[in-house]
Ligand binder design. Structure first.
Ligand code: SF4
Ligand code: SF4
Length: 368
């Protein structure tokens, strides 16, 4: 049956950006350049209600993210509410603000899984990239406590030209921390990542070496640690199904309650986002202009419209089409069928071989 007659299937997961506040300043942060201030954040009652609405809608997983979600003192209450509702909960954290007592409280509240980001295996370089002295050591302590608490741990390692030479050590580090899963995620170039692209984009040779290392480690560690490997679109021949397809599986809620199909959707100027303060979540999922705009295949231009991959990659990434081509409705230039693909490859090769400029760190005023 078509989505038009029955409405879209329920989303799998919802991501709460509880706050854009974060003590780190990663130059590839997925938050928007215009960060939302603490005064604009939803209160506890509003987040509690959104959890109920998500559960009614059929959502199965909730990801508590940010910024740094542990800046919110009510995080334990939200985790407990998710547990009451039977939602699988995941905390996506930089880890630097969690002491042992807080971790125990979160575990008691019912937290199922913790996803810890690391900036490098080398402590000094990790602290330089994150812009936070002593951060790496705090992360190592937290990972040990998570392991002791018997909680599932994923290590998330964004990789780029300033840490890729340490990839083998990063894999060993994740293994030694007891991670059941390692995400080796090449930085994606939207928002802060786009702003810092010239400092982060790897060369093609670096990417190819990284892929060989990950594939070898994946085979060697089968049954011990699962790998998620996200390659940079700039060297790909086919785009990825961004967010599993626009408005198909995920909902993203910003600190102030704006509901978006992905964390970068706000870069697209002709979308209007509803807010959980004004409209029920299920209604937004089914009818919001921002969700409907690129859902399914009807919006697609050629060559996507007549392509046999259109229900596999759902046309790739709208935010990338906008960032590179200035048109969110264009075929993703990461696709080799796009007339702009060769220009993207040429740009990537030139930029990645030029000397890296200094980082523009993610700060509340740095992009203004
Ligand atoms: S990417 Fe870095 S700066 Fe952005 S929220 Fe995560 S830890 Fe904080
Ligand atoms: S033409 Fe469009 S649908 Fe086909 S592979 Fe490329 S991005 Fe995907």
């Amino acid at each position: 049956m078509s989505a038009a007659s029955t409405g879209p299937a329920a989303p799998l997961a919802i991501l709460f950006e509880l706050s854009h506040r974060c003590p780190l300043q990663c130059p590839y942060c997925s938050n928007p350049l215009a960060l939302e201030r603490a005064a604009a954040e939803l209160d506890t009652a509003a987040w509690m209600r959104v959890l109920e609405e998500a559960s009614e809608l059929g959502v199965l997983q909730v990801h508590f993210s940010g910024g740094e979600p542990t800046v919110r003192k009510d995080l334990e209450d939200l985790v407990a509410q998710a547990a009451r509702l039977g939602l699988y909960s995941n905390l996506i954290t930089s880890g630097v603000l969690i002491d042992r007592a807080r971790l125990d409280r979160l575990a008691q509240a019912g937290l199922d899984h913790l996803q810890l980001s690391i900036q490098d295996s080398d402590a000094a370089n990790a602290d330089r990239i994150g812009g936070y002295k002593g951060g790496h050591a705090r992360k190592m302590a937290l990972a040990a406590w998570v392991h002791e608490a018997g909680m599932a741990l994923t290590v998330n390692a964004p990789v780029h030209r300033q840490n890729l030479e340490h990839l083998e050590d990063i894999i060993e580090l994740a293994l030694s921390l007891g991670a059941g899963r390692l995400e080796v995620a090449h930085v994606q170039y939207y928002g802060w990542g786009l702003k810092n692209r010239a400092a982060l984009l790897p060369t093609r040779a670096q990417l190819e070496r990284a892929t060989v290392i990950v594939e070898a480690a994946r085979a060697r560690l089968k049954g011990t640690m699962v790998f998620d490997y996200v390659v940079p679109d700039y060297y790909a021949r086919r785009p990825k199904a961004c967010m599993g397809g626009w408005a198909r599986q995920f909902i993203n809620v910003t600190p102030s309650g704006k509901v978006m199909p992905c964390h970068a959707a706000e870069t697209i100027p002709d979308l209007s986002f509803d807010n959980v303060k004004d409209r029920p979540l299920g209604d937004i999922w089914r009818h919001s202009q921002a969700f409907a705009r690129f859902r399914g295949t009807a919006w697609m231009p050629e060559p996507c419209q007549s392509c046999d991959q259109r229900e596999v990659d759902w046309g790739g990434c709208r935010c990338q089409a906008l960032a590179i081509l200035g048109d969110a409705a264009a075929t993703d230039p990461a696709c080799a069928k796009s007339p702009h693909h060769e220009a993207l490859i040429a740009l990537a090769e030139a930029e990645s071989q030029a000397p890296a400029p200094p980082f523009t760190y993610r700060r509340f005023a740095a992009a203004e």
